[in-house]
Design a protein around this ligand. Structure first.
Ligand code: DQA
Length: 139
């Protein structure tokens, strides 16, 4: 299986950003561990703070990869464009969040991704990403 993990704005600061909420592992430490744990899965990663770059990456991989694991971060709650991009592609998307967005501010309760996602996994810390990978391995 060929999977693309796409992370949105500020997730490059994972490990130093609000560690009580998002954990103390950096994105690269986490991804190295995940790749080592699933050696037979092709796991690629893209992070950007720029909305249009996220849309371009979704379009680029969205017809050939087996799955996209998308944490659009703050753009989850604002981006009609990312929501539309997911509608436009054929690769299934699993939306993930590190934190339980429903236990947080009201503005984090709405997602432009969720209506077009295969499923949503949130609130399990970095393990949310691993659960999303597993979801693609069992189908
Ligand atoms: C987040 C939740 C978003 O509301 C927030 O803007 C983030 C991270 C998460 O993974 O918990 O940047 O997507």
């Amino acid at each position: 299986k060929k999977l693309m993990i796409i992370n949105g704005p500020n997730l490059n600061l994972l490990g130093t950003r609000e560690p009580d909420l998002y954990g103390s592992l950096s994105l690269h430490e986490f991804l190295d561990a995940i790749k080592a744990k699933y050696p037979t899965v092709e796991i690629f990663h893209f992070q950007s703070n720029i909305e249009g770059e996220l849309i371009s990456k979704i379009q680029e991989v969205g017809f050939t990869y087996d799955g996209i694991i998308l944490n659009a971060a703050a753009y989850t709650h604002t981006s009609v464009g990312i929501g539309d991009a997911i509608k436009a592609i054929t690769t299934p998307v699993v939306e993930v969040h590190i934190s339980n967005t429903y236990a947080r501010e009201e503005f984090r309760h709405h997602s432009f991704i969720a209506p077009n996602a295969k499923g949503v996994i949130l609130g399990f810390g970095l393990q949310s990403y691993e659960l999303a990978i597993q979801s693609f391995l069992t189908d």
